[in-house]
Ligand binder design. Structure first.
Ligand code: HEM
Length: 154
């Protein structure tokens, strides 16, 4: 087993934990929170799940970024970023940047402060927006994963 195999295995494992968890949050946890199945206080129910998962997601995002960058460097794949045929390489980096922003900037500085107030004032609207944002990120992640797996085995 060489270093590239290890990097690829860790890359995919971290993607599975991160995007799998987000899929669970989008399709199972958020609908239950919105319906009030986990208690009347939706913000508390949501945060009980989110507080635990956010650290897993942050760790996974760091592992994905480091292993991805390592593969690009070791395999000298920089040229791919100049070709539209490798759109899935751009998609991986774009999605990664989006999540770095979401998990390291938006979650602690926007969600923790402003969303809390919004969720108190208009819980229906606030959680509907949050759910839609999760669906959009999940859809982008699915397209990226399909493109990356298909593209790297062509
Ligand atoms: C900084 C961000 C990233 C970089 C630099 C990066 C880089 C790479 C590289 C170099 C490969 C190997 C391609 C090949 O063998 O031809 C790869 C594979 C892959 N990446 Fe990423 N990646 C990043 C983020 C992501 C993200 C965010 C996802 C998921 C949403 C992802 C999912 C995958 C998948 C599914 C594969 C294919 C693995 C396989 O089938 O062997 N990557 N990535």
């Amino acid at each position: 087993m060489n270093d590239i195999v290890v990097a690829r295995a860790l890359h995919v494992l971290a993607v599975v934990i991160w995007i799998g968890g987000m899929s669970m949050a989008t399709t199972v946890a958020l609908p239950a929170v919105r319906r009030g199945d986990l208690g009347k206080n939706r913000l508390q129910a949501f945060q009980a799940i989110e507080h635990r998962f956010v650290w897993q997601a942050r760790t996974a995002v760091i592992v994905v970024g480091l292993t991805g960058a390592y593969m690009v460097w070791r395999l000298n794949l920089w040229d791919r970023f100049r070709s539209a045929a490798f759109w899935w390489m751009h998609a991986m980096v774009f999605l990664w940047l989006l999540f770095v922003f979401a998990l390291f900037v938006a979650e602690p500085f926007i969600l923790q402060r402003h969303f809390r107030d919004w969720a108190h004032l208009r819980p229906e609207r606030a959680f509907a927006w949050l759910h839609r944002a999760h669906w959009a990120l999940l859809a982008l992640s699915i397209v990226t994963i399909l493109g990356a797996v298909a593209g790297s085995y062509r």
